[in-house]
Design a protein around this ligand. Sequence first.
Ligand code: GYE
Length: 325
Amino acid sequence: MTISRRTALRVIAACVGAGTLTLSAFSVQAEDKKITLGFAQVGAESAWRTANTESVKSAAAEAKINLKFSDAQQKQENQIKAIRSYIAQKVDVIAFSPVVESGWEPVLLEAKAAKIPVILTDRNIDVKDTSLYVTMIGSDFMEEGRRGGHWIADHYKNDKGPVNIAELQGTVGSAPANDRHSGLIEVIKNDPKFKIIASQSGDFTLAGGKQVMEAFIKTYGNKINLVYAHNDDMALGAIQAMEEAGMHPGKDVIVVSFDATKGGFQAMAAGKMNVDVECSPLLGPQLMSAVKDVVAGKPLPKRILTEETVFPMSVAAQTLPTRKY
Ligand code: GYE
């Protein structure tokens, strides 16, 4: 049934007259009730992070959540400042991706005292009192490290070694750097042919990876058999450094990386990277649904995991067009 504009106006007028004009009052209330989420991001250090930021922003818009966003430029003190300002602004929920694992108790106690729920995304923290956060949404970095380790163990199963590994670590003290290291060690520790001959942080950036790799090449040269880079940006930097030194990444030096970004896939398709362990940055939708549940008082699991896999070089060209980040 369609009604004319005039009829509609008459109906509204009648409602007003009868004191039943609840509709517009409701919509004003709904507008007021829009959830405000304060999100403290790590920085913009990698392609992974750019995709993660984009996912959070677009999912907030989609979910009609009012997002306050800050970029900590990879510094914990900036993140703490941002969280304090969200507390002062009395946002409904705070979410953040912690740069490092330790040192969060004081600010999280402040959030708790202000009764503002906190959700961790992407990276975990090291706190005794887990009531300081509602849930943690993200990957299992230990498992990712093990997946990298298993690929390596399998790749060298018929090789007596030694296999000299140069490790490019992520940001010092961050969960993915700690766990991708420990996951690898767990798998290779009982096989003496694997030796980590060099290990240093490139801070998850391309420039950092390149610089550290240049130093490794100077010290160890052709002794390096495998580069284990904690993310694609550092692996791409290391590939550049190796090529500039006349080496052949992907062939005479095996390259193992994490994230599975388009950049990683392009390197694999070009034969310069051997395997990329997936880590999805597309956490925005899961975060927004958790935010809504928390505000609605619904219980949430303490850990919400992302599903991921491993991509060897052989599937890169075929899979590249379907990659979303
Ligand atoms: O692997 C790296 C980024 O925390 C999982 O941070 C994330 C990591 C990701 O800088 O590229």
